[in-house]
Design a protein around this ligand. Structure first.
Ligand code: ADE
Length: 225
């Protein structure tokens, strides 16, 4: 899979892309990620990427020319061109999984007060928000999308089993985990986990998942048949 990221702040992704699972996935060539500076597609001396909004108002708007030029150069047939924006569709586990099955993504990170609507109308296929808050630019949102989808690419996670049991896969939050020692500062691990009785352990874990989801995210339980 190939991902091209278009941003005005490519250095924001340096550490993120080379560390941990993503770093290893890139080294193993399971994932090709190229980060591009949008200014490389400007043609004026000042490398201008923004301008004042028509109709007035505060802030600046990202210009059409460099974005069109960049996307037209990078796109391949069938690739998905995504704009990260707080007014996009909510990002989710299901969307991460769907994106992980694409061959090629272009992630456009916005900045300033927004981008010229003609970009969104003409060369963007999907708009995604990572949550109901506004970041200073979409680069971190692009990182979140990459991180979440990479986990669905075969071979990126050490243990594929963790994908099916974890939070959100079945609209339930995770059960609590414990490791050795069995007693730490007088705090004991729940007895059932030490019994080796898999059926009982499964039942206990499912009950804890329901309890936690009901307390913290009752909206998820409503989605579960
Ligand atoms: N850019 C700024 N805020 C954002 C958000 N919440 N999601 C996606 N892109 C963004």
């Amino acid at each position: 899979m190939r991902i091209d990221v278009l941003t005005l702040f490519p250095a924001m992704l340096d550490g993120f892309l080379s560390e941990s699972m993503l770093g290893r996935a890139r080294e193993a060539d399971r994932l090709r990620i190229c980060v591009h500076n949008l200014r490389d597609w400007t043609t004026d001396k000042h490398k201008t990427t923004d301008d004042r909004p028509f109709g007035g108002g505060a802030g600046m708007v990202m210009k059409c020319e460099p974005v069109f030029a960049a996307i037209e150069q990078l796109q391949t047939s069938g690739c998905r061109r995504i704009y990260l924006t707080p007014d996009g569709e909510p990002f989710s586990c299901a969307l991460a999984k769907e994106l992980s099955q694409q061959q090629h993504l272009i992630l456009l990170s916005g900045h300033y007060e927004g981008i010229d609507q003609r970009i969104r109308d003409a060369i963007i296929d999907q708009e995604i928000s990572i949550g109901d808050y506004v970041l200073t630019n979409g680069t971190l949102a692009a990182a979140v999308v990459i991180d979440a989808l990479a986990r669905f690419i075969p071979g990126v996670l050490g243990d594929e089993k963790s994908l099916t049991s974890e939070s959100f896969t079945r609209n339930l939050l995770d059960f609590p985990q414990y490791t050795r020692p069995a007693v730490f500062r007088g705090l004991s691990v729940p007895e059932v986990l030490l019994t080796g009785h898999h059926g009982e352990i499964e039942k206990w874990r499912h009950a804890r998942q329901l309890e936690k989801t009901d307390k913290v995210r009752p909206d998820l339980l409503k989605k579960t048949p």
